[in-house]
Design a protein around this ligand. Structure first.
Ligand code: SF4
Length: 328
């Protein structure tokens, strides 16, 4: 699109939905409630969600983040992150007598179920996702002998399967919808009998945040996505914005990370945030922009989200028991 005329008022287009999804909200609440119920410290394996602000806030309340179960003292509480874990992580926790609370997002768990089901039917499973991402590591661990990672359309040429007539694709939940379909198209050209998952693996929150960014991207001179660089869905939103016509788009951890130079000649700023980002960080960016004259904000809504998830059952059970004891 052509840039906004230089006499146009400075303004911000705020994408909606943005920020916390149901799975992140549940995971953060899980750690908060676990600390409140069991007392600090509560150990958390990996970043509970991929956002530094969230991790630091939970550390201040008494969470201790570790990389692996063997860093957790025997008998302690450990929370598994929203990205999911391989079955062997549960086994290691049991062997160390840890009390595990699994905060894996139910939409990631759904992909784990699909992986197990197709592996039981001895499919070759082509898992579209990013090498090394925690979610991919967890899903692959469900059926390592059956799963092959496909990291983007350019990886398709090197993919081999045992039986091209018995092959299915699954995906990480936080990918770019468009790039994933490119990868699927390339896979279908190579394996015409390729089957699709029974329902979308890319989750509603990822899809909605990308769709909202696509709506505003052609109307802005600069698009900012608040999110951490290890947050897959946040990084994808920047890519989607650029592909949808934003002349420049940047991922920023917080307001302090915005570079003044990006604002040169900019009248309309687009703003959104990844699914692991608390709204306070967006509010701070809005204040930063308002200080520089971008004080008119219009929210552009793609869809209203109302989904919520119940806390992990092992935590709900303990909370119920303690409430019953208190009221009795
Ligand atoms: Fe769950 Fe999607 Fe949120 Fe990941 S981004 S935690 S899969 S709802």
């Amino acid at each position: 699109m052509s840039p906004t005329p230089q006499d146009a008022p400075k303004r911000v287009l705020l994408a909606r939905p943005r920020g916390y999804c149901a799975g992140v909200d549940r995971a953060v609440q899980t750690v908060e409630q676990a600390i409140e119920h069991y007392g600090a410290p509560v150990y958390v394996r990996k970043q509970i969600v991929h956002n530094l602000h969230v991790v630091r806030s939970l550390e201040a309340r008494g969470a201790i983040f570790v990389e692996e179960n063997d860093e957790v003292p025997e008998g302690s509480i450990v929370v598994f992150s929203a990205h999911g874990v391989a079955p062997e992580v549960h086994e290691q926790a049991a062997a160390r007598n840890l009390r595990a609370i699994d905060a894996t997002c139910p939409l990631v768990t759904k992909v784990h179920h699909e992986a197990r089901r197709f592996a039981n039917e001895d499919f070759d499973i082509l898992l579209i996702g990013h090498e090394g991402h925690e979610e991919v590591v967890g899903t692959s661990g469900e059926a390592p002998a059956n799963i092959t990672l496909v990291d983007g359309p350019e990886a398709v040429a090197g993919i081999e399967v045992r039986n091209p007539e018995h092959v299915v694709w699954l995906s990480q939940t936080t990918l770019s919808v468009d790039e994933t379909m490119e990868t699927v198209d390339a896979l279908k050209r190579k394996f015409p009998a390729l089957q699709s998952p029974p329902s979308d693996d890319i989750c509603y929150a990822t899809q909605n945040r990308q769709a909202a960014v696509k709506i505003i991207a052609p109307q802005v001179d600069l698009l900012l996505v608040v999110g951490s660089s290890n947050s897959s869905n946040s990084v994808r939103m920047v890519e989607v914005a650029l592909a949808a016509g934003a002349p420049q788009a940047h991922l920023v951890e917080n307001a302090a990370a915005i570079e003044e130079g990006w604002l040169a000649g900019v009248r309309t700023v687009g703003l959104s945030s990844g699914a692991s980002v608390p709204e306070v960080l967006v509010t701070e960016v809005l204040a930063w922009l308002a200080d520089r004259g971008y004080d008119a904000t219009d929210e552009v809504t793609h869809v209203e989200e109302r989904l919520t998830f119940a806390l992990p059952q092992e935590l709900r059970r303990d909370l119920r028991v303690s409430r019953a004891a208190t009221s009795g």
